[in-house]
Design a binder for this molecule. Structure first.
Ligand code: DX5
Ligand code: ZN
Length: 211
């Protein structure tokens, strides 16, 4: 298995100095920068939008990994890509026509991820797995950082790994205690908000997550 990648979620960063925070995690060994976009419809929270992606683009050389937790994601794909996103992940629960959504992201030659909430079965994404680069298994109900990892999502990661050989990302409540289990189950990209930005030493936190 290839190296485990760590994608710190800037939702837990200090927004008053976002540029410095991103530079700090890049220096600390982060692989991707994860941006949690929420619209107050698909989830009960409102976070960041296109202007944040645009302003952080010049700050880092790392891939910007955009996790869209929004209704009608197809409406915003082009704006997020023009702002500098490298990977666009959308929720299968939010999209009536996932194949068209994937084709749209591909048209702009960007990586595509498809995500499922903790209660959504893997079977729901099975028809589009051949078209995507990454599957994102949520290990908390999307909406907020700082929640507890849902252990009962681990079998779903295992189930998915059996049928999907590309990137499997996990997101929600990941810390150094549960990261090894997520990886053992088949995940190879770990999103981490609180356990990175809430730590005193980002490099140490990232190292421990990578295991
Ligand atoms: C939850 C977001 C996650 C989350 C990660 O809806 O998609 O990326 O903020 O933060 P922690 O690691 O604190 O759960
Ligand atoms: Zn996320």
């Amino acid at each position: 298995m290839s190296r485990v990648l760590i994608a710190p979620s800037i939702l837990s960063a200090d927004f008053s100095k976002l540029g410095e925070e991103i530079k700090a995690v890049e220096k600390a060994g982060a692989d991707w920068i994860h941006c949690d976009v929420m619209d107050g419809h698909f989830v009960d929270n409102i976070t960041m939008g296109v202007c944040v992606v645009k302003s952080i683009r010049p700050v880092t050389r790392l891939p910007i990994d955009v996790h869209l937790m929004i209704a009608n994601p197809e409406k915003y794909v082009e704006s997020f890509i023009r702002a500098g996103s490298d990977i666009i992940t959308f929720h299968i629960e939010a999209e009536d026509d996932p194949k068209e959504m994937i084709k749209l992201i591909r048209y702009f030659k960007k990586k595509v991820g498809v995500s499922i909430r903790p209660k959504t079965d893997c079977k729901r994404i099975a028809p589009v797995l051949a078209m995507v680069d990454m599957a994102l298994v949520m290990t908390v109900e999307p909406g907020f950082g700082g929640q507890e990892f849902m252990l009962d999502c681990l079998p779903k990661i295992e189930e998915l790994r059996k049928i999907f050989k590309k990137d499997i990302q996990v997101d929600g409540g990941i810390n150094e205690a549960n990261a090894p289990e997520a990886v053992k189950s088949g995940a190879n990209i770990l999103v981490a908000g609180t356990s990175v930005f809430g730590s005193k030493n980002y490099a140490e936190a990232i190292r421990r997550l990578r295991g």
